[in-house]
Design a protein around this ligand. Structure first.
Ligand code: PXG
Length: 457
């Protein structure tokens, strides 16, 4: 059905509650109605073309408009649109996908639990971690440690694992048995330490928390290799090896939330491979289907899977859409294309080095306090004065203004407070990278000029 923008907006604000949205504010302004897309380009209901610097919500790895993915869904819908994996059943796409994930992920992983989203996969994680320790005869080991400003989803357990205080404030979170430590965000929290010293200090907060709780209470630690929603926080290189040392020392499980990092975003297939950790769990979603179907997975390492399978009896957990055959068929085709087209290898060998060179040029801009990047992640920190790492007094407002200017200049870039972030589709071309950068610079120049007039810089 086709309507004009005003009609879409009227219907939208009359009936549709959006995620993470202030609806009063939105009703006054009207939503951006995205109607179609191709490659890295979105088109809105007024016919404007926008370069999608966020790959949707970090998921559209192969870009928009891939017929192969649409055809995989269509074929599977005709063959078998739905059947479940409960009660001793299974479907070919779900079985095949578990096998392909076992091949693609690090060697300790041979088992996958399939879900409809990253949040559901993290809820599964909380239950399996606690189940594992109960089966090992240590039921008191039920505390999971995660980090402030981490993001692990929006279900009760996902939002509890996450360290977003505004989320905790709505709905009585976190649930019991989840505690948080500081994040490895040098730009904001590093003080006078150099980044590597700070990385060690941030990791050692985990050890201090384990000792404070008592090591026999702690079940697991979870983190994103690079915090995505928290503002593309790329930890210093010293951080993850020290975390690995600490979890090994106290014998606690390590979970790598790869919902954003997984399937090539860092230039490696998985973030844990880039940073050299050996997790016991990996949460997957988003780029697993390039966002064409909702799907998540929890990968479970052998040492945990063996206990759950040998001693666990019935696993009292699962979703109607666990292993949905259409979503799994799309995931299989997406993963086949990622491999056949060597997309991740191309990010690693060609695009990421080019991206890094271009992205770091932004550091010269008078508003940019830091320009950091990894793989096809990019972030800049907007500051009033360089080289200080002080944010603007009204932190958050400047980022939103920057985002609006980017949109006007045909670029989707996200604001996390005053940190501007991008994570484009992994199939972006060099010319499109150049265009993304020139639109970002134009927007920064316009913002700088406005702020000068207002006396804010
Ligand atoms: N873990 C991580 C690391 C995520 O980034 C989830 C779990 C939850 O996945 P689902 O599929 O349940 O959404 C995510 C999701 C943002 C933004 O604004 C990020 C996410 C979702 C929505 C918005 O950056 N990440």
């Amino acid at each position: 059905m086709s309507r004009d923008t005003a009609a879409w907006r009227a219907l939208d604000s009359a009936h549709y509650l959006h995620p993470f949205t202030d609806h009063k504010g939105l009703a006054a302004k009207g939503a951006r109605i995205v109607t179609r897309a191709e490659g890295v380009w979105l088109e809105d209901s007024d016919g404007n073309r926008l370069l999608d610097g966020m790959a949707g919500l970090w998921c559209v790895a192969l870009g928009y408009g891939r017929r192969e993915l649409a055809e995989a869904a269509y074929r599977q819908m005709l063959e078998l649109p739905y059947y479940n994996s409960f009660f001793q059943s299974a479907t070919p796409p779900a079985i095949e996908l578990a096998g392909v994930l076992a091949e693609l992920t690090p060697p300790q992983f041979r088992h996958a639990f399939l879900t409809g989203s990253g949040s559901e996969a993290n809820d599964t994680l909380v239950r399996l971690v606690r189940r594992y320790w109960a089966l090992r005869g240590e039921p008191q080991r039920d505390v999971i440690i995660s980090r402030w400003n981490g993001y692990h989803g929006s279900t009760m357990a996902g939002a509890s694992l996450g360290g977003m205080k505004p989320m905790h404030a709505q709905g009585g979170l976190p649930i019991p048995g989840i505690v948080h430590i500081g994040q490895p965000y040098w730009f904001e929290c590093g003080g006078d330490l150099d980044p590597q010293e700070f990385g060690l200090r941030a990791a050692r907060e985990l050890e201090a928390k384990i000792l404070e709780l008592g090591p026999s209470r702690v079940a697991a630690f979870i983190g994103e290799p690079v915090q995505g929603a928290g503002g593309v926080v790329i930890p210093p290189e010293s951080y993850w090896p020290e975390i690995q040392r600490i979890v090994d020392r106290y014998g606690i499980l390590l979970a790598s939330d790869e919902v954003i990092c997984g399937f090539g975003r860092t230039g490696s297939w998985f973030g844990c491979e880039h940073f050299g950790t050996r997790p016991d769990f990996m949460t997957l979603a988003k780029a697993i289907t390039s966002g064409y179907q909702p799907l998540g997975a929890l990968m479970i390492a052998d040492r945990v899977a063996e206990v759950l399978i040998e001693k666990g009896g019935e696993l009292a957990h699962g979703f109607t859409y666990s292993g949905h055959p259409v979503a799994c068929a799309v995931a299989l085709e997406n993963l086949r294309l990622l491999r056949a087209e060597r997309v991740v290898e191309r990010v690693h060998d060609e695009l990421a080095p080019y991206w890094a060179g271009r992205w770091r040029e932004l550091a010269a801009h008078p508003l940019v306090g830091e320009a950091r990047c990894l793989g096809l992640f990019g972030a800049i920190e907007l500051v009033p004065r360089k080289p200080s790492r002080q944010f603007f007094a009204s932190r958050g407002e400047i980022g939103l203004r920057c985002r609006e200017l980017c949109l006007r200049n045909g670029l989707v870039m996200r604001a996390v407070w005053d940190t501007m972030i991008v994570a484009p589709p992994l199939v972006i071309s060099r010319d499109e990278i150049d265009l993304l950068l020139s639109r970002a610079v134009r927007s920064l120049d316009e913002l700088h000029q406005q702020l000068r007039h207002e006396g804010l810089v």
